[in-house]
Design a protein around this ligand. Structure first.
Ligand code: ADP
Ligand code: MG
Ligand code: MG
Length: 876
């Protein structure tokens, strides 16, 4: 039997989302439970896929099937398509599996032409209504099917209202609307060069094609990428007989939520507009009445609507977002879906539904989108002021939260201004590691260049600091400390507000309010913790970040980068001396200065983590990142070391690398300078011994992580240095403290030889940032430049640095886990790349059998929830 591409509403149900799309599946479900739904049919998502396979054509078979269903619908409604006496008018509506705002607008009143309108006008005794339908139809059809700009029609309406001396659409008479319809058609003809189609069948096929086409429009493509919706899904099309909300004052149209989508309060929330159709409610042309008022004007329809709300909530066990129309006092349901809500409302609704006995705790955990949680953890703008402040630009929402401060242009200024109590926003072309202090001091960071995984974005997310990145519209003049945006020049000290959750930039100061973690948040997280198997650690380099992460529920540190500590002003001279040393002795002398500093850093972190596991990674970046670039600093260093400026410059020049990412870094540093590893081992072990002595109730087991290993002998060499150093100190202290030595798996060769490496390692931690860049062969700092082209061409659907590439990189991870465990059954497995906080990646790590994920502090709650959802999904 050939495939069925069309389903009557009465043939579908809510479980058929994949085939019928969300809207179609729910229209079917509402039909099944006996609610008043204007009948119709759904053309499946497979028909959409087929349309693209056929070179953007609806093939004859599918066209015939659609017409067959038109005939069925005629039977159901007793009306006929294109008939003069009793015409069937339909709406054509898109509907993907997940609701997608980027897609085609709906077309209403399809099936009309001049002859049909004439008869409708006469027969109904309501010519105004008939002509209103027709002019709407021409307008919508021209706009969405033929892409004749909307604004021309709006202009024509405005001109007509002006000519008639009225302000509201509803004040236009039948004759006015008839005249408008004529003008619209003329407009259509002048733009398209052909007459407006009069044949309903032609109109219908045109509309259906437009829906399929809209699946691939740029807005939809962007939305899909942001929301993890695969291109392959396709969209369904719903063809539905019309209910008329524009027949007079006993008619209208509305939208409503069963609960308040902003707060979660259990109270009907929505709006209603009399004598209106379709999107008039949201279009803002007229002011709708609050839904509560509807009870006075339409008591019967309202009472029925309230009943429907209850039925739908009980049925779906979730808050519903509904669209409906009242035709001559009678209610028709046009749509229902689980309503979108703010993160705060989501938590409240989940808890309320549990308390009402509608869902269990597992369902509550499963219904919250983990990605939305972090907006709850950051400061937010005061909503009232926000509404009044103009948006002057928008760029990537790189790190959530709101920031308001005075513009500064350098990290030093940010620090200096902050020290004297000023709030600042750091505006840079892009950021680099030396900007860290300034980024910390700023309320937020705005960059001109760089994507979601640029330095600024990654570091800001790690700090939980607001960041908007890649605002190419800024004309930057760093030298003169000014920039231009949206026609205005901003100078140092001017107020600016940025929202890292939306990417919007505002002119002026918008006060921020600190986020509070309400009781419901804690309740849901508590449930999540019961169901997850994966542990959640954090990436933290300072006691402050560690403490923050603990508050968010981190169960250890999966990655403590030791190099970040080296950038502090009091340390950088010692590290520079170490780098510019000629002999081992000189280097050891410089390292001896650093050792107590590192040790006290580690003690602080151990204290903050209260005995939980802490993985400390040894020095990783190429050394040239630490050397001075400013003349003054170079002179200082020369003096400090008793060398000439020229000698220092020669050393610095010698550190130059063609591809630092693949250069002298990671464990290669320890292979060339084992004394660095020895110093770091001493600091780690001594710190742990001290903290252990202070807190006998904790069991300290320091974890030392060797980065960038690609060959087992490399690891074995560095490990030997670590073990000899550590054992001597532990013995000397008369302690029996255990410690672990493990490695990062971030070079494909390490994954490929994981069986050998595992024999030398107590644990693997997948460094999926490097592993991704080395597997793909492009760096995350450069990928932003060309990834857009790849998205447009459907080569990649997502940024592999944000969402793990399960097919390629994931295969390496999976393989390394299996091979590693085969030779070392005790091997402990974790991940410490950015992906550790991305829900779909977390699900993958759960399935792959890792022991933990580690992510930046502000993503810890996200990972906890995502891990629970993965476990719940796994059970099913
Ligand atoms: P969106 O997905 O943008 O909400 P819809 O397909 O839901 O688009 O259509 C938008 C609005 O058009 C609906 O809320 C409803 O008011 C109106 N509409 C759609 N189909 C019909 C219909 N068959 N009868 C009356 N109004 C309709
Ligand atoms: Mg809708
Ligand atoms: Mg790395």
């Amino acid at each position: 039997m050939s495939k069925k591409y069309v389903y009557l509403f009465s043939e579908g149900n809510a479980n058929m989302r994949e085939l019928l799309g969300g809207k179609g599946a729910n229209l079917a479900e509402m039909t099944n439970i006996g609610l008043p739904v204007p009948q119709g049919f759904t053309i499946t998502t497979e028909a959409c896929t087929q349309y693209y396979e056929d070179g953007q054509k609806i093939n004859d078979g599918i066209q015939a099937e659609i017409m067959e269903y038109i005939t069925k619908l005629e039977g159901i409604t007793g009306k006929e398509f294109g008939d003069l006496e009793n015409p069937l008018l339909v709406s054509v509506r898109s509907g993907a599996r997940a609701s997608m705002p980027g897609m085609m607008d709906t077309i209403l009143n399809l099936g009309l032409n001049e002859d049909v309108v004439d008869v409708l006008a006469k027969k109904s005794g309501n010519p105004r209504w008939a002509w209103d339908c027709y002019r709407r139809f021409i307008q919508m059809y021209s706009d969405v099917v033929m892409e004749v700009g909307k604004k021309y029609f709006e202009q024509l309406i405005d001109q007509m209202k002006e000519a008639r001396g009225v302000t509201q659409d509803v004040e236009l008479t039948a004759d006015d609307l008839k005249e408008l319809a004529g003008q619209f058609k003329a407009e259509y003809k002048s733009k398209i060069g052909a007459d407006f189609p009069t044949d309903p069948k032609e109109q219908l096929m045109g509309a259906i094609k437009a829906v399929f086409r809209s699946w691939d429009n740029p807005r939809a493509n962007v939305y899909r990428r942001d929301n993890d919706i695969p291109y392959s899904w396709g969209t369904a099309v719903n063809v539905q007989s019309m209910a008329f909300g524009n027949m007079g004052d006993d008619c209208g149209t509305g939208v409503a939520f069963t609960r308040n989508p902003a707060t979660g309060e259990k109270k009907l929330f929505g709006e209603f507009l009399t004598n209106a159709q379709g999107e008039d409610v949201v279009a803002g042309i007229r002011t709708p009445m609050p839904i509560s008022e509807m009870s006075e004007k339409f008591p019967e329809a309202f009472a029925q609507f309230e009943k429907v709300c209850k039925i739908l909530e009980d049925h779906y066990h979730d808050m519903q977002d509904m669209e409906f129309t009242v035709e001559n006092g009678k209610l028709y349901m046009l749509q229902t879906r689980n309503g979108k809500r703010t993160p705060a409302a989501a938590l409240k609704i989940a808890c309320d539904l549990v308390d009402e006995g509608m869902i269990d705790e597992k369902q509550a955990v499963a219904m919250i989108d983990p990605r939305t949680l972090d907006t709850l953890l950051h400061p937010q703008f005061d909503g009232e002021v926000l509404k009044k402040t103009p948006v002057i630009g928008s760029a990537l929402a790189a790190s959530p939260g709101a920031a308001c401060g005075k513009v500064v242009f350098s990290a030093e200024d940010a620090k200096a201004w902050a020290e004297r109590g000023e709030k600042v926003v750091l505006v840079r072309l892009e950021t680099s590691p030396e900007d860290i202090e300034g980024m910390k001091a700023a309320q937020g960071i705005l960059t001109v260049r760089g994507g979601m995984t640029s330095h600024a974005a990654v570091v800001a997310r790690g700090m939980g600091k607001c960041c908007v990145s890649g605002c190419g519209a800024i004309k930057m003049d760093e030298e003169n400390k000014q920039f231009e945006l949206s026609g205005k020049t901003f100078h140092e000290g001017d107020w600016l507000s940025i929202d890292g959750s939306t990417g919007k930039i505002y002119d002026g100061a918008i006060p921020t309010v600190d986020a509070s973690i309400g009781g419901e948040f804690g309740r849901v997280m508590g449930w999540a913790d019961q169901y997850r198997r994966l542990k959640v650690r954090t990436n933290a380099d300072t006691p402050h970040d560690a403490a923050q992460a603990r508050k968010f529920g981190a169960e250890g540190i999966g990655l403590c980068r030791t190099e970040h500590m080296f950038f502090d002003a009091d340390r950088i001279p010692a590290i520079r001396r170490m780098i510019c040393s000629d002999t081992v002795e000189q280097r050891e002398a410089a390292l001896a200065v650093l050792e107590p500093m590192q040790q006290s850093d580690f003690e602080g972190i151990y204290e903050a983590m209260e005995g939980l596991p802490v993985t400390i990674r040894f020095l990783d970046p190429p050394l040239h990142e630490f050397v001075p670039t400013e003349e003054a600093d170079i002179e200082l260093l020369a003096k400090d070391m008793g060398k000439s400026v020229a000698e220092i410059k020669a050393i610095i020049a010698g550190l130059h690398e063609f591809n630092p990412m693949m250069g002298h870094r990671g464990c290669r540093l320890a292979v060339t300078y084992p004394e660095i590893a020895a110093m770091q081992t001493r600091a780690v072990i001594k710190a742990a011994l001290n903290v252990q002595a202070k807190h006998p109730e904790w069991t300290m087991v320091p974890e030392i992580m060797i980065p960038l290993v690609g060959e087992v002998k490399e690891l074995a060499y560095v490990k030997k240095v670590v073990v000899e150093t550590a054992d001597a100190i532990i013995k000397e202290a008369g302690s029996n403290m255990k410690y672990l030595v493990g490695t990062m798996i971030e070079i494909p060769r390490a994954a490929l030889t994981a069986d050998e490496i595992a024999k030398q390692a107590d644990f693997f931690s997948f460094g999926t940032n490097d592993l991704t860049q080395m597997t793909f062969g492009f760096s995350r700092d450069d990928a932003g430049k060309f990834l857009d082209a790849y998205y447009d061409k459907k080569i990649y659907e997502n940024d592999p640095f944000a969402k793990l590439d399960q097919t390629g990189v994931g295969k390496l991870v999976d393989m390394a886990c299996k091979m590693g465990r085969a030779t070392n059954p005790e091997l402990h497995l974790g991940v410490c790349g950015e992906h550790g906080g991305d829900p779909s990646s977390v699900e993958f790590f759960h399935r792959t059998g890792l022991d933990y994920v580690s992510c930046s502090p502000f993503r810890v709650p996200i990972a906890r929830l995502a891990a629970a959802q993965a476990a719940i999904k796994d059970e099913k």
